[in-house]
Ligand binder design. Structure first.
Ligand SMILES: NC(=O)C1=CN([C@@H]2O[C@H](COP(=O)(O)OP(=O)(O)OC[C@H]3O[C@@H](n4cnc5c(N)ncnc54)[C@H](O)[C@@H]3O)[C@@H](O)[C@H]2O)[C@@H](O)CC1
Ligand SMILES: [K+]
Length: 485
């Protein structure tokens, strides 16, 4: 559990102070973890460049440099600016005593090392970087070698995932004490590389409560009794599939069956199809706004819904129902333009899950997608608060936020899932897990997790992210759910 905990920045800073008061030298531990990381990967005559900044991130790097020098590695130290923190000044003194002479800058023909250790800035980066610092980072990024970022890539805000104009593009990040969410989303997703946690053996009593969790996946509510039948696994009513977008509703319906929903009604606004020949288990019907809703445990509205009058009527109807509800795609866009329906949503007695991508979230918050991506956690929290519901903010590093619960961050999935229809599949998965009795927060997290795992598995098997269709994803999701049961 501890390994998956996400702590807020203020909590991490409080821990730092408390550890210092108790005489725990976390910097030495971070340095040892860094040196161990290197020893496990590089032979002892490798050339390493250690770039150290003025603060404690630089201190971690300097102490690691000392350990690596003592272990026989050939180490160059780049210190563009004098060390300012007490601990990093002490580290520098120890290096000088050991014969190390830091460089203030690198020659333009500096020979490429096997590894760059980036200890320029960590969680203390607090203002825009100067042109001089940007030039240093640009020069380091141009080195064609392994790049290990300590705590976070320098230039990246490890909480929001925002990169400054220059930012180290790491192949690996060794992060200390706890995971930081911004390593996984926005610019972090492309700058942090492979992420590992070094917990630094911090005593349990010092650990703050988790603000969130990484990759929480509890599929145990889906376990089945031998004496069960289709009625035991819930009935779902999915509404969407307007003219030209019928496929979206079918994809969601098929995914719901693949995720174990007992029965799935698909009401399509197009109405031209009465059976899905590739999935005859689905119960298809024309979504006449005047029809009574089929008996169901869960509703989902959005895949291929469109924004015409019947679509608006259906949104009004499902919001008025007392069933758990998933809203996606055009259901979210319609909601964004109707304040009355937003009030109805906030007052719903049953749980509602919104599954926006950043552009849909931006419409709901009346801001830009860049604003949403600029601080994903804050955007998801605003939506959850405003509409009193669960929000699954899609994109690299999907976030699941429900008021009063630790937020969840899912790191599975990648560009293989950036394809048409994958959002519809996700809607079907979530709705199916709700229909089987899971609560909204956990169902959203598990659905995002297995969907992402399916994408990762494809990418690994295919050797790249291209070519995974939404249709082919559902069966992989079934397999992952069964594995996680
Ligand atoms: N949180 C903890 O308990 C631990 C922290 N450790 C390390 O300490 C780091 C945090 O150390 P600090 O708080 O000293 O922060 P940093 O070392 O990340 O940066 C702070 C320093 O950079 C300067 N600075 C900030 N923004 C700048 C900018 N744009 N341009 C130029 N200078 C800038 C500040 O004036 C300060 O000197 C962590 O990231 C981690 O690497 C580790 O030693 C392990 C324990
Ligand atoms: K760093």
């Amino acid at each position: 559990m501890r390994e998956n905990a996400l702590w807020s920045l203020p909590a991490l800073r409080r821990l730092e102070t408390e550890a210092e008061l108790q005489g725990l030298d976390l910097m030495q531990r971070a340095a040892r973890a860094t040196a161990d990381w290197v020893r496990q990967r590089l032979h002892s005559d490798a050339r390493i460049l250690v770039a150290a900044g003025p603060g404690n991130n630089g201190g971690d790097a300097l102490y690691a440099a000392l350990l690596l020098m003592q272990a026989g590695y050939s180490v160059d130290i780049l210190l563009p600016q004098a060390a300012t923190s007490r601990q990093s000044q002490a580290a520098l003194q120890a290096i000088r005593q050991a014969g190390g002479i830091p460089l203030q800058q690198l020659a333009s023909d500096y020979p490429t090392p096997e590894l760059l250790i980036d200890g320029l800035f960590g969680i203390g980066l607090s203002r825009p970087l100067s042109a001089d610092w940007a030039a240093v980072m640009t020069q380091l990024n141009a080195l064609d070698c392994l790049k290990l970022a300590l705590d976070c890539p320098s230039g990246l805000d490890p909480y929001t995932g925002q990169a400054q104009q220059a930012c180290i593009r790491a192949s690996h990040t060794l992060t200390f004490l706890c995971h930081k969410p911004g390593l996984y989303y926005a610019a972090g997703a492309d700058h942090a590389g492979q992420i590992e946690l070094a917990g630094l053996d911090c005593p349990q009593a010092l650990l703050p409560p988790a603000e969130g969790y990484l990759n929480r996946q509890d599929a145990s509510p889906l376990q089945r009794r031998r004496d069960s039948h289709k009625g035991s696994h819930g009935t779902l009513c999915l509404i969407g599939g307007n003219r030209g977008m019928l496929g979206a509703a079918l994809l969601a319906g098929r995914a719901a069956l693949a995720a174990g929903a007992g029965k799935v009604h698909v009401l399509t606004l197009d109405g031209s199809l009465t059976v899905d020949p590739l999935c005859p288990e689905l119960m298809l019907q024309y979504a006449d706004p005047a029809m009574p809703l089929p008996a169901a445990d869960v509703l989902a509205l959005g895949p291929g819904l469109g924004q015409d009058k019947p679509a608006r009527q259906w949104l009004k109807r499902v919001l008025a129902s007392t069933l758990p509800l998933v809203l996606d795609a055009d259901a979210l866009n319609l909601l964004a333009s109707n304040a009355d329906l937003q009030h109805t949503l906030a007052r719903r007695p049953a749980s509602t899950i919104l599954t926006p991508h950043p552009a849909e979230a931006a419409r709901l918050l009346a801001c830009s997608s860049a604003d949403v991506q600029g601080d994903r956690l804050s955007a998801a929290r605003q939506l959850a608060e405003r509409f009193q519901c669960t929000v699954l903010l899609k994109g690299a590093g999907s976030l699941i936020v429900t008021v009063g619960q630790p937020y969840l961050l899912n790191t599975s999935g990648g560009p293989a899932l950036a394809a048409a229809g994958q959002g519809d599949v996700l809607t079907g998965l979530i709705a199916a897990l709700l229909a089987q009795g899971m609560e909204a927060h956990a169902a959203s997290s598990l659905a995002a997790r297995v969907h992402g795992l399916a994408g990762d598995e494809y990418q690994q098997q295919a050797g790249g992210p291209i070519g995974l269709t939404a249709s082919a994803t559902s069966q992989r999701c079934s397999a992952w759910l069964n594995r996680l049961l």
